[in-house]
Design a protein around this ligand. Structure first.
Ligand SMILES: Cc1cc2nc3c(=O)[nH]c(=O)nc-3n(C[C@H](O)[C@H](O)[C@H](O)COP(=O)(O)O)c2cc1C
Length: 272
């Protein structure tokens, strides 16, 4: 039951909810009515678009909800944030507060998902002590795979051989890089767009983190380590029916960038 209700004293019969419903399941009779509850994919567009707050659905009631219009950053500020963000490979040896981490996750879960599946799982290391343990375990496993001559051929094996070499000679983990936190996104394999959903969630998290002055790093080396040590995936508590999207380090940066690292111009294929 999607609990679709219209407050007839507030509804102005504008039809915006019916026009905007991506599933096309709202009909305008005297007031809006649902024609097919099963077709609803819970996107809440009808609820968000109603100009008078007449519509409730799925336990969401507009009473007292504050509009964010007027509280949005100027386009130039958003552009500056995107340009200012850098991949951070040096971190302060301190945890972020659980409250800040939770705030970032509650923002990131607003990222779009295919057919509004909203099934992205955020697996997160909140304590640097766990990162240290994970680092030691991962390195021990990689070293034993390497010692047994079982690293894969090609660039994957070459990168991981370098990782093991640096660990053996310098006791330095160039995968987790001393970062206090790690975020992995995954999604059930049977949702419409698991790979895209997990990546978009991370990109959204990254920008939310950057807006707090935090550093992030898409961690391809960690993904490579997972590929050769698949039992680590189980240890991270990721359900076996999930596709892993990607891994991201984050925390307070121990590095400051003083100017934008220029990119572009964008490669564009203009049509028309
Ligand atoms: C999918 C992906 C995987 C990456 N993997 C790594 C990695 O394993 N190690 C690393 O140091 N940087 C990694 N990076 C960071 C890139 O090297 C970085 O984004 C690029 O050099 C541009 O720098 P910028 O992010 O500061 O603009 C990765 C980035 C992406 C998008």
């Amino acid at each position: 039951m999607i609990q679709f209700k219209i407050d007839e004293t507030l509804c102005i019969r504008c039809g915006e909810c019916a026009t905007d419903c991506p599933a096309g399941i709202i009909a305008m009779n005297d007031t809006p009515e649902i024609t097919n509850e099963q077709g609803c994919f819970k996107c809440l567009h009808c609820y968000a678009v109603c100009p008078t707050g007449a519509l409730s659905i799925l336990g969401n009631h507009p009473y007292g909800e504050v509009s964010l219009a007027g509280q949005l950053p100027h386009a130039e500020k958003v552009s500056n944030l995107i340009r200012w963000r850098r991949s951070v490979r040096r971190y302060k040896d301190e945890n972020l507060t659980p409250e800040l981490i939770d705030e970032l996750l509650q923002t990131a879960c607003h990222a779009p998902t295919g057919v509004n599946a909203s099934e992205v799982l955020f697996t997160i290391v909140r304590d640097k002590a766990f990162m240290e343990k994970l680092s030691k375990e991962m390195m021990a496993r990689l070293a034993s795979v390497e010692a047994a001559g079982n690293l894969p051929e090609g660039f994957l094996g070459q990168y991981l051989a370098l990782v093991v070499e640096v660990w053996k000679t310098e006791r330095r983990d160039i995968i987790l890089k001393g970062a206090p936190h790690l975020l992995l996104t995954s999604a059930p394999k049977n949702v419409p767009c698991p790979v895209q959903d997990t990546h978009i969630a991370l990109a959204t998290f990254e920008l939310a983190a950057a807006s707090h002055g935090l550093g992030t790093l898409w961690d391809g080396l960690f993904m490579m380590a997972l590929a050769v040590c698949p039992d680590l995936v189980e240890q991270l508590g990721i359900p076996s029916d999930h596709t892993i999207g990607y891994a991201m380090l984050f925390g307070k940066p121990a590095v400051e960038y003083h100017r934008v690292a220029k990119r572009g111009p964008a490669k564009v294929n203009y049509l028309g």
